[in-house]
Design a protein around this ligand. Structure first.
Ligand code: GLA
Length: 725
């Protein structure tokens, strides 16, 4: 609910359980008064107290009032150069060389439904509401529109920012955050999700210390190293208690999430496109829209915050009801064959898989151009008929005959120098004049900021997709961007290329979605290097990590689950010893780890023993029978990911069904007997369990479920619960 009191300049957003408020002060500055658990409708600006502070300047309008300073006031969208020395949200380079910005309140409007952003990902919802607050900077001749979207039942508030040049000269916008969030406290922890290739989204938590701390990416993608999702929370917040604020940026390129604890024990979070390498020229009348950010505040710890993000992402970000449909169980040939395959080899993998219940065959890298290894062929999206005589036209019907649908891997943003595309258009890659571009995995990046480049690539993709019925596309991106300079833009506009590249990727993904609405898209960037809310708007699932080891995956999927729902995490069972780390884990543990994800196999199932095949058949049947519980159930983390075992649980929204999954670590001699406390059940009901027992919901949650002793490494348990009628 949006309560807009224009007279008193108070704007209050209420969600089911939270309240967010801003107020225009006597000088027209838009102050942030409150964000937290829901409170009654009232003026909360009394919480803001200010005094004359040395070295905190006072704006001209304040006259002799030395108590007001931008340096000490909590602001809704921070400015720079005129008194606020903390993190800035917006900065220009004005025609006169000044960088100062100073925005004051100029008006507001409300809209029914949640706003959309052209060319950018955004939450949607007809039931949502929109508030737009307009600010103006008279000296800069610029206006800012602050967008707020309210999706009440998910406790989700979205933000976006549009900057308009109202003057007669070009403005250079060199910083434009999507969100600024001020707190009248600094006793909070800052949580980020960091890592590297094959070890993404590891939770890191530390108290805010004086100064600025941040998570960011300047790699052109949101990156394996940091994620555009962060949390600020009470120092003692845990899964089920404590106040926490989760903030995600729906963006897949360079980003900065910076938190600052200031001199007076206040704090500020600013999140948006990374200002490094960014500068956007705004001609008179033009506008720039910063990507959307979304916040969930939970008064009851991380668990509820995550569940609200999951619900919102499943219902109002992933499109076309995709998260509502059961995903086909797939087999992907990558780890089974790498580049070395022919039709027979693929069909033999498919045959074995189909017999066990697999429904979709995904042909990974190596099917096109002269792609015999990863140094050639990227850019030539025509079938390599030496490997696949007769092309897809011949392969796909044979898969269909086995009862399988067909999916294909592409990496449209990239090119190898050894390719027809590069030989024809060497000037289409990102490169700086006079400097040979750096290679990543032996490849260069195409300049996706250019329309003609995108059109060409899309034309090639269309040919592939119309040559045979394709029901799934895995869109990969296997290097970080360097040498980001576009031949299509003048020197003064080179600071636009990173963002235009991302807009270009979104443009093609949107075209794919529009032209092939039945194709299921999976995002990928060397696994989880572009796992963000921006991609999820276009690709309902993302390959979570190139690391398919079940034990490493427990940690990666645990970190990922703080923001993103399990239905969005591509997760496959692969062969042992694991390709990435050499670990040997039981098939059962691999199945359980992957089942809380978009499930599939990444191995030659023909190499399995009869016993293993039987187990795989059971895994697939379980996954199909309970997909709704796995993907739409409320997700509870029952443990962390570094203890003797990792456990989690999904509970159906009506609390009649639940599944508990557990995977233990290394073997222990004389292990202690442990009782695992479940969550989210109905305390009044009794539950029949798949181990044959019956226990009360209250008992399972308060006293726990007696775990069997585990013998050996990486043991696992999957327990289904059904309410007794
Ligand atoms: C990336 C992906 C893998 C696989 C390879 C193919 O690394 O993450 O799953 O598709 O590319 O080259």
């Amino acid at each position: 609910m949006i309560v807009c009191k224009e007279q008193s300049g108070i704007f209050t957003l209420h969600t089911r359980r939270t309240t967010y408020q801003m107020k225009v002060n006597r000088y027209g500055v838009l102050l942030h008064t409150y964000y937290g658990p829901r409170v009654r409708d009232c003026d909360l600006s009394g919480l803001i107290r200010q005094a004359d502070r040395s070295f905190s300047p006072n704006p001209d309008e304040a006259g002799s009032d030395r108590s007001f300073s931008l340096d000490t006031a909590p602001q809704e969208y921070s400015t720079c150069g005129v008194g606020d020395f903390r993190l800035s949200s917006v900065e220009f380079e004005l025609p006169n060389g000044s960088h100062a910005t100073d925005f004051r309140y100029a008006g507001c409007r409300t809209e029914r439904g949640k706003y959309a952003l052209e060319g950018l990902p955004a939450f949607y919802g007809e039931d949502g509401e929109t508030l737009v607050i307009i600010l103006e900077d008279a000296a800069a001749h610029a206006a800012i529109e602050l967008y707020y979207g309210v999706l009440e039942e998910f406790d989700l508030i979205t933000r976006a920012v549009r900057v308009v040049n109202r003057g007669s000269e070009t403005l250079r916008l060199c910083r434009c955050a999507s969100l600024c969030l001020d707190f009248l406290r600094a006793d909070m922890d800052f949580i980020t999700f960091d890592g590297r290739h094959a070890a993404e989204r590891c939770l890191n938590r530390a108290p805010l210390r004086p100064g600025v701390q941040s998570a960011d990416s300047v790699r052109g993608a949101s990156s394996h190293q940091h994620n555009p999702f962060v949390i600020l929370c009470d120092g003692d917040a845990g899964e089920d208690h404590g106040l926490c604020y989760g903030v995600m940026l729906l963006y897949s390129g360079n980003f900065l999430a910076a938190a600052e604890r200031d001199q007076f024990e206040n704090s500020r979070l600013v999140m948006g496109i990374h200002p490094r390498h960014f500068c956007w020229s705004l001609a008179p009348g033009e506008s720039f829209t910063a990507p959307e950010a979304a916040m969930v505040c939970s008064p009851d710890g991380f668990g509820e915050m995550s569940r609200q993000f999951h619900r919102a992402i499943r219902t109002s970000l992933i499109r076309d009801g995709r998260s509502r449909q059961r995903k086909p169980v797939l087999v992907n040939n990558w780890e089974a064959t790498y580049f070395d395959f022919d039709t027979e080899k693929l069909l033999s993998i498919a045959r074995e898989a189909a017999a066990l219940g697999v429904e979709l065959f995904v042909l990974d890298d190596g099917w096109f151009g002269a792609r015999s290894d990863d140094s050639r062929g990227l850019g030539d999206w025509q079938v390599n008929t030496d490997k696949l005589p007769g092309g897809l036209e011949s392969l796909v019907p044979r898969l269909h005959a086995l009862g399988m649908s067909f999916g294909i891997w592409v990496e449209p943003e990239m090119v190898n120098e050894d390719s027809e595309l590069y030989r024809a258009h060497p000037d289409w890659v990102l490169q700086t004049p006079g400097r040979a571009p750096a290679r990543g995995r032996g490849q260069l990046a195409l300049d996706f900021s250019r329309r003609e480049v995108r059109d060409h690539v899309y034309g090639q993709l269309r040919q592939v997709l119309s040559s045979a019925p394709v029901s799934y596309v895995k869109w990969d991106m296997n290097r970080s961007l360097t040498d980001v300079w576009s031949a299509a833009l003048p020197p003064a506009r080179q600071g636009e290329v990173y963002h235009r590249y991302v807009l270009g990727v979104y443009d093609i993904l949107e075209r794919l979605r529009r032209d092939y609405p039945d194709i299921l898209l999976e995002g990928c960037c060397g696994g989880g290097g572009r796992f963000d809310g921006g991609m999820l708007y276009y690709t309902p699932q993302i390959w979570c990590s190139d690391n398919t080891d079940a034990i490493d995956r427990l940690r990666i999927q645990y970190g990922t689950s703080f923001c993103y729902p399990v239905c969005a995490m591509g997760a496959h069972v692969s062969a042992v010893p694991n390709e990435q780390n050499g670990r040997i884990t039981p098939l059962a543990a691999r199945g359980i780890a992957a089942m809380s994800g978009a499930f599939g196999y990444e191995m030659d199932l023909g190499r399995c023993t009869a016993e293993e095949k039987e187990e795989i058949r059971r895994q697939i049947a379980t996954c199909k029978a309970h997909w709704e519980l796995f993907h739409w159930g409320d997700y509870y983390r029952l443990t962390g990911s570094s203890g003797p075992f990792t456990a989690w649980e999904q509970v159906s929204p009506d609390r009649r069904q639940a599944v508990v999954s557990l995977v233990s670590g290394g073997a222990q001699a004389a292990p202690p007997f442990l009782n695992l406390k479940l969550k989210g059940l109905d305390p009044a009901r009794e539950y029949r369990m798949s181990d044959g027992g019956v226990m009360g919901g209250d008992v399972l949650m308060s006293a726990g479920y007696p775990l069997p002793p585990f013998r050996g490494d990486y043991q696992s348990m999957q327990l289904f619960l059904e309410a007794v009628e």
